[in-house]
Design a protein around this ligand. Structure first.
Ligand SMILES: O=C([O-])CC(=O)C(=O)O
Ligand SMILES: [Mg+2]
Length: 288
């Protein structure tokens, strides 16, 4: 199986004793930079996918085909294991199965399926959850949809900030019983909440969007948290850089006068130019 070693690397993070930060990745360039800097895995957030692919906010307008295609491009560019935010699985439990099949074929190392009601329901300003029963059905469909058993399936709940921490625990325990590989929580607000989650469950924990006092990696590791997200600063940095550059050019700065550009060495490294040159020499009959 072409992608098994990436999935096994993600599994070794989950079964290890440490808590790590993933690099937020969204395209071929960002994943190669994260790989070169030594990140143990990449996180491909749904919000970032919407922004990178569509230029849109995170309101479930991106299609599964577009998400999987972007994942496929990253898989081609780098062997870094990537955890994909597969949102609600793009429909009901049958769609979840299809989502797993497509992301597996695209080379994802793991993916999350969440119990948020998406897209937003008519007349509801506040985020809602699907029922626990529907959530369990989605987890079962995701697990049964795998072709490669090493693909990591995470059950994700945002209940902590939508209903209550008790509801988040109830849901997580049900997803655990359904057989998911790890539990992903958003909206955990305090150490007390995280400790309650840890005490009530057995699987490796992933936390997203946690407050500052939940940022110490040693503490998190002690709570069985294996992956702690840090938001998506890289795409914000890239956006700012493109903005500043285009602004300067629009104001008449000459290309040579621009600041903050990638050096030709960095660009060559990201393009894996040395490998391409070596291959060209071999197959195009060029000098090395
Ligand atoms: O996965 C994450 O990093 C958090 C999230 O849901 C998103 O960014 O869409
Ligand atoms: Mg998301």
């Amino acid at each position: 199986m072409a992608f098994r070693s990436r999935r096994e690397k993600l599994r070794s993070v989950l079964s290890g004793a440490a808590c790590v930060h993933p690099g937020s990745v969204y395209d071929a360039i960002s994943i190669r930079i994260a790989e070169d800097l030594g990140f143990p895995l990449g996180m491909f957030g749904g919000s970032v996918a919407s922004l990178a692919v569509l230029g849109d906010p995170d309101v479930t307008l991106i299609t599964l085909t577009e998400l999987a295609e972007q994942m496929r491009r990253m898989s081609r560019a780098s062997a870094l294991p990537v955890l994909v935010d597969a949102d609600h699985g793009y429909g009901n439990a049958l769609n979840v199965r299809r989502t797993v099949q497509e992301l597996e074929a695209a080379g994802a190392a793991g993916l999350t399926i969440e119990d948020t009601l998406l897209p937003a329901a008519f007349g509801e300003a506040k985020t809602q959850l699907i029922s626990l029963e529907e959530g369990v059905g989605k987890m079962k469909a995701a697990l049964a949809g795998r072709n490669d058993a090493s693909l990591v399936i995470m059950g994700r709940t945002g209940a902590a900030s939508i209903t209550s921490i008790e509801d988040a625990i109830r849901r997580a325990k049900s997803y655990e019983s359904a057989g998911v590989d790890a539990l992903f929580f958003t909206g955990i607000k305090s150490r007390a909440e995280l400790e309650a989650v840890r005490a009530a469950t057995r699987l490796p924990i992933v936390v997203g969007g946690a407050p500052e006092d939940l940022n110490a990696l040693d503490y998190l590791a002690g709570q069985r948290v294996r992956i702690a997200l840090q938001g998506h600063a890289p795409i914000a940095a890239a956006t700012q850089a493109v903005y500043e550059t285009l602004k300067a050019l629009s104001e008449g700065t000459s290309p040579k006068g621009l600041r903050g550009l990638a050096s030709s060495e960095l660009t060559a490294r990201i393009m894996r130019e040395a490998d391409v040159k070596a291959r060209s020499a071999d197959v195009l009959g060029l000098k090395k």
